[in-house]
Ligand binder design. Structure first.
Ligand code: GUN
Length: 282
């Protein structure tokens, strides 16, 4: 079997078009959706991510406000800026780009963002809402993965879903979302014994570990749907996922490519969350 490709770039494009329409409707009523993005320091990768987020906003009719702060910014200054944005009625979403410089307490920063503007879904209140099935913002990557699975026609109820990776940003919320969709969920991690024995049982396999091509075709159940959250560079500097694409696509029924799978969806879901934040405030 050669797996069909799940085209995240195309799905993200259609989501952005829908966001643009709804954003235009809000703007026409004099309430343009607004996203504040804070970047502290000079991390090169973060600067690229932030530039992309600002560009995505521009193209979707979301007003973005970028605050670039020096690496030595005192934590208290950063917290004060967030508090000001929390009460700014023109701002509906607040995103502080991570990682932050070592002298700043990341958890304290995230918890200072008002939960109703937490479009990254990183606040403990957002995590708690997800855990207990209440409305709140979902972290963009696992939210995007759920949209990809829906798009691929995955039947999740009763399915064996295996998530490889247990981060707060992807693995854990991903597992909760799959559970909410009535899948039987297993979370694997670096201490899991016999990883392949778990992954081979997965009807739906989500790889979110950050190790180049570690999930190979022999670890995949024939016909499985495989979602690759990884974004790594291999020895030659080539961008690749956590899944060994060439061997996996001979076994899976559907698979996301890297690039062009989960990445564009993560970006699109930030726009969706920001728009929803603005619509809720209407
Ligand atoms: N750094 C890497 N990914 C992310 C993200 O999704 N949100 C934020 N705030 N920082 C990041």
């Amino acid at each position: 079997m050669t797996a069909s490709l799940i085209d995240g770039a195309a799905l993200a494009r259609s989501l952005r078009a829908q966001v643009a329409e709804r954003a235009a409707a809000l703007t026409a009523r004099g309430r343009p959706p607004g996203l504040a993005v804070i970047l502290v320091g000079e991390d090169a990768a973060s600067a690229v991510y932030v530039r992309n987020k600002v560009k995505d906003c521009e193209e979707s009719g979301i007003r973005s406000v970028l605050q670039r702060l020096p690496a030595q910014t005192p934590e208290a200054d950063l917290l004060a800026r967030i508090q000001a944005l929390n009460v700014d009625p023109s701002i509906h979403g607040i995103l502080v780009q991570l990682p932050l410089p070592a002298h700043i307490d990341t958890r304290r920063v995230i918890e200072t963002i008002s939960p109703d503007k937490d479009v990254d879904g990183f606040h403990v209140a957002s995590a708690g809402a997800l855990m207990t099935g209440q409305p709140g913002f979902l972290p963009c990557t696992p939210y995007g993965v759920m949209r990809l699975l829906e798009h691929a026609g995955a039947r999740l109820a009763g399915a064996e879903a295996v998530v490889v990776g247990r981060s707060n940003i992807v693995g854990k919320p991903q597992a909760l979302l799959l559970l909410q969709a009535d899948a039987t969920v297993t979370i694997c991690h670096s201490r899991s014994r016999d990883l392949a024995a778990h992954t081979r049982r997965a009807d739906v396999l989500i790889a979110a570990v950050g190790r180049a091509r570690m999930i190979t075709g022999d670890m995949i159940k024939p016909g499985a749907i495989v979602i690759d959250v990884g974004m790594n560079r291999d020895e030659t500097g080539k961008l690749c996922g956590d899944v060994d694409f060439d061997s996996a696509r001979e076994v899976a029924s559907a698979i996301t490519p890297v690039p062009g799978g989960v990445g564009p969806m993560t970006r699109a879901m930030l726009l969706v969350n920001t728009l929803e934040a603005a619509e809720r405030k209407r």
